[in-house]
Design a protein around this ligand. Sequence first.
Ligand SMILES: [Zn+2]
Length: 56
Amino acid sequence: MTIKNLFKEKCPQCKEHLTVNRTSLLSSQVVKFCPKGHYEKEYHPALESYIETVQD
Ligand SMILES: [Zn+2]
């Protein structure tokens, strides 16, 4: 996965672009979410992976 792709992701349900929110200026943890609340993914630098949450 490249950095460029991180900013082109869309909600799997409504295809809206995900909103990016950094949880803290001191943290590299990033949360990306659907503006309509369908989907959320949170990047955990310690795990080097995303935790995904999909709302039914
Ligand atoms: Zn959505």
